[in-house]
Write a protein that binds this ligand. Structure first.
Ligand code: COA
Length: 160
C-alpha cells in the first residue's frame, strides 16, 4: 500500500489543489490531505472549516482522506508511516520557498521524500489569497473553487 501526504494550509482549498490531489491519487493507493494549523499564516477559515471544505471537495476521489494536524509535517507523515510528501509547483516563484521547505524537511527526516507535481496551467495563476481577495470584493470566483467553497467565502465576507 503506497501512501503519500499532501500538506497545506488550504485557506481555502482551490481547484488547483484539487487537480493536484486527483493526479496524486492516480500515483498512490492513498493520499492523506494534511491540513496544517501551524503554517505561519493567519487564516480566514478555522482548521475545522478547512478540513470540512476539503472533505466535501474530495468525497468522490477514491483513496483520499483529510486530516488536520499540529506540529511538523514530517512528524505527521511518520505517525502514519508515510515517506512521500506531495507539493504542487505553479510558477518559478514557488520554487525558492518549496526548495527551502523540502530541504528543511529532508534535514529533519532524511527518510521522507518530497515529490513535486506541476500545477495544471489553467490554475498556475490562482492562489488561495487571490481568491479570498477577489471574494472580499465580490469578484466572480466560481471557476476557481468548488461551489461549497464559493458559498463559504461569500458567507464569510458578505454575511449581513
Ligand atoms: N493550485 C493553486 N494554488 C496553489 C497550488 C495549486 N496547485 N499549489 C499551491 N497553491 C497556492 C495556494 O493557493 C496558496 O496560496 P496563498 O499563498 O495565497 O495562501 C499557496 O500556494 C500555498 O499554500 P498551500 O498550498 O495551502 O500550502 P502552504 O504553502 O501554506 O503549506 C505547509 C505550508 C503547511 C506545508 C508548511 O507550512 C508546513 O509544513 N507546516 C507545518 C510545520 C512544518 O513542518 N514546517 C516546516 C519545517 S520547519
Amino acid at each position: 500500500m503506497k501512501t503519500a501526504i499532501y500538506p497545506g494550509t488550504f485557506d481555502p482549498v482551490t481547484n488547483g489543489h484539487l487537480d493536484i490531489i486527483k493526479r496524486a491519487s492516480g500515483l498512490f493507493d492513498e493520499i492523506i490531505v494534511a491540513v496544517a494549523s501551524d503554517s505561519q499564516k493567519e487564516t480566514l477559515f478555522s482548521i475545522k472549516e478547512r478540513v470540512a471544505m476539503l472533505e466535501e471537495a474530495t468525497k468522490d476521489i477514491e483513496g483520499v482522506t483529510v486530516k488536520g494536524f499540529k506540529g511538523l509535517t514530517v512528524e505527521f507523515a511518520r505517525q502514519y508511516g508515510v515517506n512521500a510528501v506531495i507539493r504542487g509547483l505553479r510558477v518559478s516563484g514557488d520554487f525558492e520557498f518549496e526548495l527551502q521547505l523540502a530541504l528543511m524537511n529532508k534535514k529533519l527526516a532524511p527518510d521522507i521524500e518530497t515529490i513535486f507535481l506541476m500545477t495544471k496551467s489553467d490554475y498556475s495563476y490562482i492562489s488561495s489569497s487571490a481568491i479570498r481577495w477577489a471574494a472580499s470584493l465580490e469578484g466572480k470566483i466560481s471557476e476557481f473553487v468548488p461551489p461549497h467553497v464559493e458559498k463559504a467565502l461569500l458567507e464569510k465576507y458578505h454575511q449581513s
